[in-house]
Design a protein around this ligand. Structure first.
Ligand code: ADP
Ligand code: MN
Ligand code: MN
Ligand code: MN
Ligand code: MN
Length: 365
């Protein structure tokens, strides 16, 4: 039986002896897309004749939708169209990661392609320059995907308290993965903004943003892919489940920070308050869009405890971490800036989240 190393010093996989072989001028492009679950990503590689600068130089491609929960009838080919390019931190050189969206046999938008409708509304409201900053929380599990990484083999770690932003082998687990992911995001060109250890041991957060419009979804999705790929090297599995451990343990969210050009200017508070008022009338619609199972996943997390608001009620407040919407204290002081929607779950689709935000905030729909 294979013996797996359980500590996170297993950097062995990163020493790839073939990694610097000459590619003969060709490059490898790793096409990535979102599968039928709405929360997992798939991808595959193709060779291109040389370095690529612009997404329009890349050919469309396809894959077998019957193996990804995305088949539409007889014809199971799903067409993928390249939409964003990032540098590949694993293969390096001129090799790239390519974020794609999905289409059916007659080039119709695939029902699971939420990037398309997100991009449509982002184009409509371009002049308002909407910015987003997402706080991605996640939990590390061992290679079985069932046991939280670094937790005692039997039983539980001590209660929450010392772990948040902690230091020391008894407080944090998996920092090597966090550091590798951060560097890999910077190399790739992902707008990673920060990271911190979370309240539950083996739970972490990183932030991506500010990103404008459709860029938010592209950057967050590729950052998730890079995270799962880095963790693979350590035999660790990343979970984006919003309540990975039931009981007195914090869940995981994807807090969404939001602003428009008008909100970022002095006096912008009027616009922030107007947006929050609009949000208060669309609570159900937002909950539907804030996890991949129309609110079912978030039910386990938005309990009103553990720094969350109840899933059934809308609330807002300055510096209030138990509310649906929080206005940061500094923003209230300055009178302009941004606001935070704390409801989206860690496995939410950022295309769906930012789409819903724009619909309510800018299009009154
Ligand atoms: P918290 O105090 O809630 O933990 P974080 O520091 O984790 O906040 O995350 C704040 C996020 O807000 C960052 O991703 C940052 O990029 C984003 N952000 C900052 N200013 C703006 C803005 N004007 N509009 C949208 N997002 C913003
Ligand atoms: Mn084949
Ligand atoms: Mn945060
Ligand atoms: Mn957090
Ligand atoms: Mn937050």
């Amino acid at each position: 039986m294979t013996q797996y190393k359980m500590s996170d010093d297993g950097l062995d996989g990163l020493k790839n002896p073939f990694g610097d072989l000459d590619q003969g001028g060709k490059i490898m492009a790793y096409y990535i897309w979102i599968d039928g679950s709405g929360q997992h990503m798939r991808g595959k590689t193709r060779t291109l004749d040389g370095p690529v600068k612009c997404v329009h130089e890349l050919p469309d491609w396809n894959y077998d939708g019957s193996s990804t929960g995305q088949s539409m009838g007889e014809n199971s080919d799903v067409l993928i169209k390249p939409q964003a390019i990032f540098k590949d931190p694993f293969r390096r050189g001129d090799n790239i990661l390519v974020v794609c969206d999905t289409y059916g046999p007659d080039e119709e938008v695939h029902p699971t392609n939420f990037r398309y409708k997100c991009n449509e509304v982002m184009e409509k409201v371009k002049a308002q320059k909407p910015w987003f900053g997402l706080e991605q929380e996640y939990t590390m599990f061992d290679f079985t995907g069932k046991h939280p990484y670094g937790w005692p083999v039997n039983g539980y770690p001590g209660p929450q308290g010392p772990y948040y932003c902690g230091v020391g082998a008894d407080k944090v687990k998996g920092r090597k993965i966090v550091e590798a992911h951060y560097r890999a995001c910077l190399f790739a060109g992902v707008k990673i903004a920060g990271s911190n250890a979370e309240v539950m041991p083996s739970q972490w957060e990183y932030q991506v943003g500010p990103c404008e419009g459709i860029e938010m979804g592209d950057h967050l999705w590729v950052s998730r892919w890079i995270l799962c790929r880095v963790a693979e090297e350590f035999n660790v599995v990343i979970s984006f489940d919003p309540k990975p451990i039931s009981g007195d343990w914090n869940g995981a969210g994807c807090h969404t920070n939001i602003s428009t050009l008008a909100m970022r200017k002095p006096g912008g508070m009027v616009h922030i308050n107007r947006a929050i008022e609009a949000f208060s009338k669309k609570h159900k619609e937002h909950i539907m869009a804030y996890d991949p199972n129309s609110g079912e996943d978030n039910k386990r997390r938005l309990t009103g405890a553990h720094e969350t608001a109840s899933i059934d009620e809308f609330s807002s407040g300055v510096a209030h971490r138990g509310a649906s919407i929080r206005i940061p204290r500094q923003v209230a002081k300055d009178g302009y800036g941004y606001f935070e929607d704390r409801r989206p779950s860690s496995n939410a689709d950022p295309y769906l989240v930012t789409h819903r935000v724009i619909m309510t905030m800018c299009l009154s729909e």
